[in-house]
Design a binder for this molecule. Sequence first.
Ligand code: S3P
Length: 172
Amino acid sequence: GEMVRYTGNIFLVGLMGAGKTTVGRALAKKLNKLFIDSDHEIEARTGVSIPLIFEIEGEESFRQRETEVIRDLSGRRGIVLATGGGAVMRPENREYLKTRGTVIYLRASIHNILQRTSRDKNRPLLQTADPRRRLEELSRQREPYYRDVADIVIDTGRPNVQFLVHSILSQL
Ligand code: S3P
């Protein structure tokens, strides 16, 4: 396809299961940039899985690790970074994201998120009796912050990765 040039960082935000990793990877390929997923980076640094970090250290400690990773990675040049769904809740993370790159909010319906995460054991926050209710709650809390940090809002109602990537590229 056509060559697209963009020199800055791109940060993807949005609820878990919105497609940040899938879209981010495809976007990075198209822009010839390095793709990094902050959850994977945390796992690489600690050597254990996200669910195990939650279990052993608790959520606060996970959030501290997440902030360190976002601080470090957002300071690089020309990467595509997928952040964890809860990253926008800390003011310092919002500041890093807003000032160090272009932020893309991938917006998905609860219905689609539930379909994509239904058999997923990697998201400790959804290990509850009523994941729909939990997601609705998280969505209500987080939506204002996703919008606050976002330069571009992409509705993922049409879940075709190449379509979404094209839509992002046309707005950069
Ligand atoms: C979380 C989302 C996860 C991961 C952790 C907490 C959240 O990332 O960081 O389980 O608070 O929404 P994804 O958005 O990549 O699933």
